[in-house]
Design a protein around this ligand. Structure first.
Ligand SMILES: [Zn+2]
Length: 308
């Protein structure tokens, strides 16, 4: 966990700031070198803007860094006008050009162009009502690409969503990572039924764990499995003792059914939701995965959903 957060700090904060300072001070001795180095900064910035976890550091920071980049690019463009077009005939200059070109065009460009593939899905989908209503919610994992959604490598959960809630600062918790469950904005939030349907399974026995503890045996923790319009919908990591439905209940869309907790294989409080084709798996985590749409929208990382 410490390694994951250290990596997140480096990729979301340290590298963008270092790039901004580099760009501000000048990134080339000639226009060709300038262009390749600007592409490095630009491609990296677009990638972290699209695929970064901005609920950790503050959603507004995503846009502050983007604005800072635009201003710095503008300044850099003015600086570049006075540069010679090509480098002096020195081997070392051409070597650094080659390195910049390789990083920009063969490492970062493919990384950026890979992201938009995650914004669409294939096959059938189920249309649901968004099951949280009391604030601003953030898609932490969602989309059809491992870059945007850590579930995407699993056939059943390839379109699963992990949802957090943003507090007034635009972060999901009052600290980068904390053992205090109530510090996470989504903890104990009311969960509403996403459809008119029937409860197939309702499990309410596992404790809410103190981060970073997790239960590797009971992966979904407390969960509700509902049959909705030809799909089985799984809502997982619910709070112990919070379920107000049981097996066989007929539920109306928008009906309060449980509260968000931190049970099962989870690093912190959040809602996990995924759908599979009806009756295709022996356990809630098996079966033929289906995409979910809310208001006909396929949600991906960094999408926000506003409560009423
Ligand atoms: Zn999940």
């Amino acid at each position: 966990m410490i390694l994951a957060f250290a990596t997140a700090i480096i990729t979301h904060l340290v590298i963008p700031v270092v790039f901004l300072v580099w760009l501000w001070r000048g990134v080339g001795k000639n226009r060709l070198e300038w262009l390749l180095n600007v592409l490095i900064v630009l491609f990296y910035s677009v990638h972290i803007f699209l695929s970064g976890r901005w609920d950790i550091f503050g959603y507004p920071l995503r846009y502050l860094l983007a604005i800072a980049l635009i201003i710095t690019l503008f300044k850099s463009l003015i600086q570049a006008k006075s540069l010679p077009l090509y480098p002096a005939r020195k081997i070392s200059r051409y070597f650094s050009l080659g390195v910049s070109g390789f990083i920009a065009l063969f490492v970062l460009a493919p990384l950026v162009t890979y992201v938009p593939g995650g914004y669409s899905f294939s096959g059938e989908s189920v249309e649901l009502s968004f099951p949280l209503r009391n604030g601003v919610y953030y898609i932490a994992h969602g989309g059809n690409s491992p870059v945007l959604n850590h579930h995407n490598v699993d056939a059943t959960q390839r379109y699963a969503l992990d949802i957090t809630k943003l507090n007034r600062l635009g972060t999901r918790a009052t600290a980068l990572y904390t053992a205090s469950l109530t510090s996470y904005a989504i903890f104990e939030d009311t969960l509403y039924s996403p459809c008119n349907g029937t409860v197939s399974e309702a499990v309410d026995t596992f404790p809410d764990l103190i981060p970073p503890e997790s239960d590797r045996e009971n992966l979904a923790g407390n969960y509700i499995l509902m049959q909705c319009q030809g799909a089985d919908v799984v809502l997982a990591h619910l709070q112990k003792g919070s379920l107000v439905v049981q097996d066989g209940d007929n539920i109306q869309v928008g009906q309060a059914i449980a509260k968000i907790g931190n049970s099962g294989n989870t690093s912190e409080p959040h809602l996990h939701i995924h759908a599979r084709r009806e009756n295709t798996g022996a356990s809630p985590l098996d079966g033929e995965g289906m995409a979910i749409t809310f208001g006909e929208q396929f949600l991906v990382r960094n999408d926000l959903i506003f409560g009423p």
